[in-house]
Design a protein around this ligand. Sequence first.
Ligand SMILES: [Zn+2]
Length: 435
Amino acid sequence: MYMLDLCSSFLEVQLNQYVPEKIQKRLINRRIVKEVRSAYENVPFYRKKYNEAGVDIKSIKGVADLKKLPFLTKQDIMDNFPENIVSDKEDIDKCHYSATTGSTGKALPFVFNDKTMSYYINTSLRVYTMIGYKPWHKAVYIKYTKVDSPNFGPFFRFAHVPSTISVIEQIKLIGKEKPDLLVGYASIIFEIATSVTAEDLKNIRPKMISVNSELSTKHQRNFVSSVFKCPVYDEYSTEETWMIAAQCRNDKYHLFTDNVWVEFLDRQGSEVKNGDSGEIVLTTTHSPAMPFIRYKIGDKGRACKDSCTCGNKLPVMTSFDGRADDSFILPGGKYVSSLKLLNTFTKYIKTHLNLIAEFKIVQEKKDLIVIYLVKGTQYREIFFKQLISDLYNILGESVTIKTKYQDFIAKNGSIKRKAVESLVRQGNSAMGMDE
Ligand SMILES: [Zn+2]
């Protein structure tokens, strides 16, 4: 069944990018209506919320009507998962379960059904075909967990490298796999690029690199490109909705509106003017088991009305200015990606959802990392000790990690609180922290 879904959505997703703009718009409206209605009919959270807000569900006829609907926040999901936020029609035990720490430092669980998962895998694949990936290429992706995808023999060969191991171990694994395409979190690939030797580069010769999941600067991408001598493309995705936008070979970001509708809103909740920065609000179109409707992801981005000459008809956006987590520079100059630290927490939260209620990782001095921790309802010392030992494996012994237990972690008022922060002045733009 899963295999069938995977093959049929492959064609659909590949063709979507060539559908003329006018038809594109009609299809988007139809998908939005379907997702919103199914959310209202099958998901208790939406039914209750929309009834309370006096929404006439029949009046939702397309993207223009989305503004009639209240927002979905991360807190809503945490408060309502799973009973009230997963569709009544779905057998949760048959769903793909996942969880993220976002970058807020709180555990956020969610599920997809087989169909959604297949669709998402194909939208990922489209990110790579857009930049020249071919089915016979070998791809290596760096992620905190392995994505469960079937075996197609000599085609679509994907190998997984954990994002939560030390950079030396990562380089060894990548060298063994010899990828044509390398995919991973921007800061982790940057960390690898700062650590590979000429000897390593004899085995690691990718044709292209795709970086994801967080804001990468042009400087970082240029650096990675100069080390591996191949183009580096950026994409924008979230764990909850998967692909949102990806760069084509013209370096323009195409919005994946066949997967998720994106609003760019000002403080009053109105759409921002063309080219202005706005808060990104997402609506999924293929996630009936757990729809995300007007989901405040906590990132910002700029819309635009440009088009692109690459042949891809999906609309273009200018940039996104999200993810503000800091990466660390340790004594001796070693660079450590903030995502690597976050992923280590995510790995534990995925298997022990209530181990941690909230956390924040702060580099207080070059050699001192403090973890502010609010224990979860099922906190167990033994698992947390393992987590700390994983962190030492990543950071090395030149630092001390201290844990400070708290009742809560204060917010500093920004739209997205940093879960990883460095108080050490880096003062070194060569590390690519400044645009
Ligand atoms: Zn393009």
